[in-house]
Design a protein around this ligand. Structure first.
Ligand code: 5CA
Ligand code: ZN
Length: 422
């Protein structure tokens, strides 16, 4: 699958230290990647509706991780997918009378435009669910052969016996009742007759009238389940175990629990799960999680069409710590626009407060669980100081060559580390 254009990342002086993130499984702050390589898989979109600010916030969060890793000298590979065939997409296509392929390709293109506008670095590995089908068929055949999966007749659908996989449950750490409830809510089918355990996950759904289907060799024609798609794309794109599995908190269970279990079953290695799970909080609107299925959306593309500067959208997202749940209000944008204006003015002069202390604080903030609000506060303080000028009693002097270029260095740092190109 084609990604969006590469985003240039300017060089800045110095280098960041190890990046700590909060691991969902342990609840602890953990070094996100030991290096020298760093591998992250951030689950991609299901392209049946346009990118809303919740998606935007989640992708900006993992973009910060990639930027902080790169700044610390790691060799980063970022992998993602596009769930371009799945129930919600087929249902929306049906309901609106649009061909599902058309819907998926339009929305995938719009997502790429939105990511470009938001300054999100494109994935190095980017694979669609449809493209992954031959590899998924291989994987499902392997799981059947090893007894980790079974068929339900007469349809011949294939399910993974996920609850028997060593370590099942450790990613999300939920009790059984909550697992069942979330499984039912989030695309699972606990009631399906013939399953050995209600939580067993669909791997291959054989062809049904009116549904798209592909050659599944020994599995028969059909289409892939959701969790195996990400397990296979991540395994093939990154190898196992990779460093960080990312997504919104609604993916911890069942999606990441299941895909992690599939990785263990596929490799026969209990250490094949991603080392760290990082989950972004849910962005809400009007008291509810913003979601394509509820329709309570603020779309990145709509804001862009209304003439909002995409950098202000990104700044509004960065004003909230990625891990917290928060509510979007229109006032967020006004605050971000004012901040952008201040930063632009503060970096447009020749001299300014020294850049190095700010760079150190930006790096420290990102290294401490991607604390973007702390980074923004540090830039605000630098900008106020810069705008007040040396007469303020500050530590800089426009004639001092050490600080003459500070605004330029700061501008490049905001671009490299925060993805805000002034
Ligand atoms: N295609 C699957 C993942 S393989 C999927 O969940 N797609 S999605 O389009 O529904 O969501 C894409 C990403 O945005 C996921 O990481 C999801 O957790 C995140 N996301 C969805 N809604 C919100 C929200 N309201 N706030 C924050 N993140 C969200
Ligand atoms: Zn996924």
């Amino acid at each position: 699958m084609l990604t969006w254009p590469a985003v240039p990342v300017p060089a800045i002086p110095g280098r960041g230290g190890p990046v700590l993130v909060r691991d969902t499984s342990s609840g602890e702050l953990t070094v996100a990647a030991e290096g020298p390589v760093a591998r992250v898989y951030a689950c991609g979109v299901t392209p049946y509706d346009a990118t809303h600010l919740g998606h935007g916030a989640t992708y900006v969060a993992f973009d910060l991780l990639v930027r902080a890793w790169r700044d610390s000298g790691l060799d980063v590979t970022y992998a993602s997918n596009v769930t371009d065939v799945d129930d919600p997409l087929l249902e929306r296509a049906d309901a609106t009378g649009v061909d599902w392929r058309e819907l998926a390709s339009q929305q995938t293109a719009l997502f790429a435009e939105d990511m470009t506008a938001l300054g999100v670095l494109p994935p190095d590995v980017y694979v669609g669910a449809v493209e992954s089908i031959p590899a998924v068929v291989d994987a499902v055949e392997l799981l059947l052969a090893t007894g980790a999966a079974y068929r339900i007749e007469p349809e011949g659908d294939v399910y993974a016996a996920v609850t028997l996989v060593p370590g099942f449950g450790a990613v999300s750490g939920l009790d059984h009742e909550t697992r069942l409830a979330q499984f039912a809510e989030r695309g699972g089918d606990p009631q399906r007759a013939g399953k050995r355990d209600p939580l067993d996950a669909l791997l291959w759904r054989t062809e049904r009238p009116g549904e798209p289907a592909w050659d599944g060799r020994s599995l028969g024609r059909g289409r892939p389940g959701w969790h195996i798609e990400c397990a296979v794309i991540a395994r093939d794109g990154l190898g196992t175990p990779f460093d960080v599995q990312g997504g919104g908190s609604d993916l911890a269970f069942p999606h990441h629990e299941m895909s992690g279990a599939h990785l263990v079953a596929l490799t026969g290695d209990v250490t094949a799960r991603p080392r760290v799970h990082v989950h972004a909080g849910m962005v809400g609107l009007d008291g509810e999680k913003m979601s394509k299925s509820r329709g309570n959306l603020v779309l990145v593309s709509q804001l862009r069409a209304d003439g909002v500067d995409p950098r202000a959208i990104r700044l509004a997202l960065l004003a909230h710590h990625y891990a917290s749940d928060w509510e979007w209000t229109h006032a967020e944008l006004a605050t971000a626009e004012a901040r952008l204006e201040t930063w632009r003015a503060a970096t447009s002069g020749n001299g300014g407060p020294a850049a190095e202390p700010l760079l150190a604080e930006l790096r420290a903030a990102l290294a401490a669980d991607l604390d973007a609000p702390r980074a923004l506060a540090a830039v605000d303080a630098w900008a106020q100081h810069s705008l007040a000028g040396p007469a303020d009693g500050g530590s800089w002097d426009v004639t001092d060559p050490a600080t003459e270029g500070a605004p330029g260095v700061v501008a490049r740092a905001l671009d490299a580390l925060l993805g805000i190109r002034l």
